[in-house]
Design a protein around this ligand. Structure first.
Ligand SMILES: [Zn+2]
Length: 80
């Protein structure tokens, strides 16, 4: 199985980072750590899990500029 890159966005501070997943298991990064059930949490202390996008950072920024910043990108949550 190959890891897939998902874009994680912290709902609290809006930090974006690409995280890799093997199935529903996240490979932890410095700032994003998986707690359970595929939910990743940012280390800023956010109590809400990060939003995950099946899209690359570059695609996200492109789509966002096309949508004029209102972000209508479809969202895919892991494990729910
Ligand atoms: Zn955060």
């Amino acid at each position: 199985m190959r890891p897939i890159g998902l874009l994680c966005m912290c709902p609290k501070c809006k930090v974006l980072e690409t995280c890799e997943f093997m199935g529903d298991k996240m490979l932890p990064t410095k700032r994003f750590k998986q707690i359970h059930n595929g939910e990743a949490y940012h280390d800023c202390g956010s109590t809400n899990p990060c939003r995950l996008f099946h899209i690359s950072y570059r695609e996200f920024m492109l789509a966002r500029s096309e949508e004029d910043g209102n972000g209508t990108i479809s969202e895919n949550r892991q494990g729910q």
